[in-house]
Design a binder for this molecule. Structure first.
Ligand code: MN
Length: 253
């Protein structure tokens, strides 16, 4: 039985981003469709500015799993430098295959980085925040359901992370819908206080009024991250926060 501790009654601040598509290629030429390490710096600087307790990266943090070890090390080091809790959901570009970037990284050594499906099972629990994050990692490149039936909630706040494609009208006959589908009822079924979605480049709220389900969009495309306040009174406040310029923190490299 979970007992709420006094600390769980303070406001919890989250930054939600996704689809950074970090790739070593981008550091040696025009960045093209890929994110650079500066994208990661910008997201984590925005989290620092917002005094975020936690950062959720809802999939496709890396563009593909064939990153050189040196690049993975630099990204991992960057995540370690910022210090706040970072929860990563592997997406369809960076799934937990045997050669996954996450299996090759020294991520478990960085205590502030949690990879759903790897360093924990499907739920990461943060007792000090009265919060848990449930999410199903992509484990290969095949279709899967990003939002199956969730386990029972064990903390005051329940967040869900999912990487897939939201479809408003799923039953149109003959329409090709693609993979990793998320439907309105899947969102409502999570019963979460906030659903952090990834896979779309643009930021958007989806589903209906029963649930706070948002795509953050890719930071390079949207120019923003989602700032989520889990307020003491139980309300959930979602806004888009601009990316801060990389280097806003003194001495940042
Ligand atoms: Mn994706």
């Amino acid at each position: 039985m979970y007992r709420m501790s006094a600390v769980s009654h303070r406001e919890v601040v989250l930054i939600h981003s996704s689809d950074l598509h970090l790739s070593a290629e981008s550091d040696v030429g025009p960045s093209g469709p890929f994110g650079t390490l500066s994208t990661l710096h910008k997201v984590l600087t925005a989290a620092t500015v917002a005094h975020a307790d936690l950062v959720v990266l809802a999939g496709d943090t890396f563009d593909h799993n064939r990153q050189p070890s040196e690049f993975i090390d630099r990204a991992t080091r960057t995540m370690g430098e910022y210090g706040m809790q970072i929860v990563i959901l592997p997406g369809n570009h960076d799934p937990l295959t045997p050669d996954s970037v996450y299996r090759r990284a020294e991520l478990t050594a960085a205590s502030n980085v949690c990879v759903l499906g790897l360093t924990v099972d499907e739920v990461a629990i943060f007792p000090g925040l009265g919060l848990e994050i449930w999410g199903r990692a992509h484990r290969d490149y095949f279709d899967m359901s990003p939002l199956p039936k969730p386990p029972a909630r064990s903390t005051r706040w329940r967040l869900t992370a999912a990487h897939g494609h939201y479809v408003e009208e799923p039953d149109e006959p003959g329409r090709l819908l693609g993979s990793w589908l998320i439907r309105r009822e899947d969102l409502a079924g999570t019963g979460a206080d906030y659903v952090a979605l990834g896979h779309w480049n643009r930021a958007a709220r989806v589903g209906d009024q029963r649930i706070n389900a948002y795509y953050s969009g890719s930071p390079d495309y949207a120019g923003t991250v989602n700032l989520v306040r889990l307020r003491r009174d139980g309300e959930v406040e979602v806004t888009q926060a601009p990316l801060s310029a990389w280097g806003a923190r003194a001495g940042e490299k």
